[in-house]
Design a binder for this molecule. Structure first.
Ligand SMILES: CC(C)(COP(=O)(O)OP(=O)(O)OC[C@H]1O[C@@H](n2cnc3c(N)ncnc32)[C@H](O)[C@@H]1OP(=O)(O)O)[C@@H](O)C(=O)NCCC(=O)NCCS
Length: 191
């Protein structure tokens, strides 16, 4: 699917629309969808409050863009995604930079975007919601290199990413002693 063709803030798809959000919107319906999306193993448990806190914490990060998918008939929030530009000094950037080392940091991380959260509620999966959210977010941010981290044991999430063009840059990275291993993936918008 061409990202250029997706460069719009709302689009009709199969029974759902993709809608932009900002930290100033009511984040609770999105947070509840996020909690539900991450409720099955190996993810979670996650709590809606943490999504709200995290988005507000990231509110001043550069190029924060967020989108959610809404069922056109019921109005139910089906999924949510957001990201921001990576910069030194950010918690995620600094840890990933240390793990990647200088060469890979300047090649991939230094001028990149982060897909920070992506979740689709279980009942709405395999309808193209996740792909539509990612494509809309990527089409509306300014970088050609996008990075994300996902748990190394998140086999379904990794299957989604690998079949939709993402490439593993660094497997089983440690964010610290109390974190499970995470894989770092990248997406190149120039290819
Ligand atoms: C990963 C996730 C976002 C995928 O969302 P989705 O809306 O179901 O994905 P899509 O329908 O857009 O899938 C697009 C393609 O990805 C692949 N894919 C998606 N889920 C898959 C799975 N569980 N197993 C294997 N391939 C999968 C398929 O090729 C699929 O196309 P197809 O359905 O025509 O075969 C969703 O399963 C989810 O929210 N999981 C829990 C949270 C999570 O792991 N988030 C991502 C990591 S942070």
């Amino acid at each position: 699917m061409s990202l250029a063709a997706d460069n719009q803030t709302q689009k009709d798809t199969q029974g759902f629309i993709i809608v932009p959000f900002t930290p100033k919107d009511d984040l609770w319906p999105l947070a509840e969808a996020w909690e539900l999306a991450f409720s099955d193993p190996p993810n979670g448990p996650r709590y809606a409050r943490d999504f709200v806190d995290q988005v507000l914490h990231h509110a001043n990060y550069p190029n924060l863009h967020g989108y959610f998918a809404r069922d056109q008939q019921t109005g139910v929030v089906l999924g949510v995604a957001y990201g921001y530009s990576n910069q030194p000094g950010q918690w995620w950037y600094d840890r990933v930079a240390r793990a990647l080392g200088q060469k890979l940091t300047s090649q991939f991380l230094a001028n990149s975007y982060s897909l920070t959260e992506l979740g689709v509620i279980p009942s709405a999966r395999r309808r193209g919601v996740g792909l539509a959210l990612v494509h809309t977010l990527l089409a509306n941010q300014p970088h050609s290199c996008i990075l994300l981290s996902t748990r190394s044991d998140n086999t379904k999430g990794l299957a989604f990413y690998h079949t939709t063009g993402w490439v593993t840059l660094l497997p089983t990275m440690s964010f610290g002693w109390n974190y499970p291993p995470y894989d770092i993936l990248h997406y190149d918008l120039t290819t």
